[in-house]
Design a protein around this ligand. Structure first.
Ligand code: PLP
Length: 429
């Protein structure tokens, strides 16, 4: 289907470009400085958790069910923290480790341990020649960064509205013993915001990997990050594994980073009893001292899953208008042009935007020139290499509503201008 600029005569196209360039010049003259680069909570959101900081004072009882939070020991995490994490993930607390403030850190350490020490008695990945990881794309740049850091080959796999292309995943995982893992964000994926369908989850759980040391890195970062009362429902991967009669296949991660404070939350991991035993012994060397005072504060502030949901409803009230503004601005600015498509998530932190082929790098560069910083074009693909150069991650959470509206107005002009120029360049050969 042709887009609005392809349907124009040469003269009409020149006039459209002249007008859009005029609008860009006006924007440039405003000297904007707006940032939509990363998925950070806004100040209003982090303020929601400030009362947590008053819960530990010099007078506080610093034990949790008899476990001391103010000294060495309890390497698996405080009992209440493990129970809360387990309840959130729908698993047995015995299989949960709560450690550190960043789930990405845990993912890194799980990769690092497999790389240097191996999984389940198999040779370390570093001794197995080329090792590959599947990277559903567009996806989370920092995931891809972890595996790239170890020289693991990141292999892109297409995303569909139901999750990764499972035919492709199954073919690669079951056919190639060098494929050792896959990065998954199963709920409100970064950046598409889609949640995996039940069938996708079941197909993951039923995989029969060629490599005995293949693991699914199930990063449930947005497990409670719904924008609406009725959130997306994700099948519990461990229930699906039990149904499929499979075991030792999944490491699941999550954190309170975007529930309370990024970089000062609680991070956790769960896996099968055998896998968690292995991670526990690795962590006994790597990270023997979890931040237990942080854990204590968290379980006193958010003592139950119900309390977490009530807290997340306050986040949703702040975020919903931002996400709705993105939809409104994109629909009114680009809706009838045929030059772009974008997702409409019901949770998470991002909207995934696709412009014309060959437009993303130019769009991000011109946005920067006009004073709006976006996530780098290509960042959502392994090695920063978007084969269509079309995908842009929109992160609407951090700016104020007013700033977000301004940034999106600029975005619409820039996307139109680049799209129109691409048509003219194609005509000029
Ligand atoms: C999918 C995903 N996983 C993990 C993280 C980071 O989580 P943490 O702060 O717990 O390391 C993010 C942050 O943007 C994310 O989008």
């Amino acid at each position: 289907m042709s887009n609005v600029y392809e349907l124009m005569t040469d003269a009409e196209l020149d006039e459209a470009i002249r007008q859009l360039e005029g609008q860009a010049d006006e924007i440039r003259a405003r000297g904007l400085s707006l940032d939509m680069a990363r998925g950070k909570p806004s100040v209003d959101q982090t303020n929601l958790s400030r009362p947590m900081l008053d819960l530990l004072t010099s007078e506080s009882d610093l034990t949790d069910e008899g476990a001391p939070a103010d000294n060495y020991g309890i390497p698996d995490g405080l009992p209440s923290a493990r129970r809360l994490a387990a309840e959130l993930l729908g698993v047995d607390a015995a299989n949960v480790l709560v450690n550190g403030s960043s789930s990405l850190n845990l993912m890194h350490d799980a990769v690092s341990n497999a790389y240097t020490h191996g999984i389940a008695g198999n040779a370390p990945w570093c001794q197995q020649g080329e090792v590959k990881f599947l990277c559903p794309s567009p996806g989370y740049d920092r995931h891809f960064g972890v595996t790239a850091h170890y020289g693991i080959t990141n292999v892109p796999v297409a995303m569909t509205p139901d999750g990764p292309d499972m035919d492709e995943v199954q073919r690669l995982v079951e056919g190639d013993p060098q494929v050792k893992g896959i990065w998954c964000v199963p709920k409100y994926a970064n950046p598409t915001g889609i949640s995996y369908s039940d069938e996708t989850v079941r197909r993951f759980a039923a995989l029969k990997p060629a490599a005995p040391d293949f693991r699914i890195f199930w990063d449930n970062a947005y497990i409670v990050h719904d924008l609406y009362d009725e959130g997306d429902k994700l099948l519990n991967i461990f229930d699906a594994l039990a149904e499929a009669g499979n075991d030792n296949l999944v490491y699941e991660f999550a954190s309170t980073a975007k529930i309370t404070f990024p970089s000062s939350g609680m991070a956790f991991v769960t896996a099968s009893p055998a896998d968690i035993k292995e991670l526990r012994s690795a962590f006994a060397v790597m990270r023997v001292s979890p931040e237990k005072l942080t854990q204590l504060m968290h379980v006193r502030f958010l003592p139950s899953v119900e309390a977490i949901h009530a807290h997340m409803a306050k986040h949703a009230a702040i975020l919903r208008p931002r996400f709705e503004l993105v939809q409104e601005k994109l629909a009114s600015g680009l809706g009838d042009t045929g030059i772009a498509s974008w997702t409409n998530p019901r949770g998470g932190y991002f909207v995934s935007f696709d412009g014309p082929e060959g437009s993303a790098k130019r769009t991000v560069a011109l946005m920067k020139e006009l004073g709006v910083t976006l996530t780098g074009a290509g960042a959502t693909w392994p090695y920063g290499d978007d084969p269509h150069d079309s995908n842009i991650r929109i992160a609407p959470t951090y700016p104020s509503l007013e700033q977000l509206g301004d940034a999106l107005d600029v975005f619409v002009v820039v996307v139109r201008l680049i799209a129109a120029k691409l048509v003219r360049e194609a005509r000029q050969g």
